[in-house]
Design a protein. Structure first.
Length: 51
């Protein structure tokens, strides 16, 4: 099972009992990038449905 955990400057990704943790600025950059992708895809989806 895949798990992604965001908490206070730390990003943890777990897959089949193996976990990788990223802390600090790198974790913030990854979280910000993922959030940006989600928002852009949501806006694109809304624009596509309105046509």
């Amino acid at each position: 099972m895949n798990t992604i955990i965001f908490s206070k400057g730390e990003l943890s990704v777990c897959h089949k009992n193996s976990c990788v943790s990223v802390r600090g600025d790198v974790a913030r950059a990854i979280v910000f990038g993922l959030a940006t992708i989600v928002v852009i895809s949501g806006i694109a989806s809304m624009l596509e449905q309105s046509n």
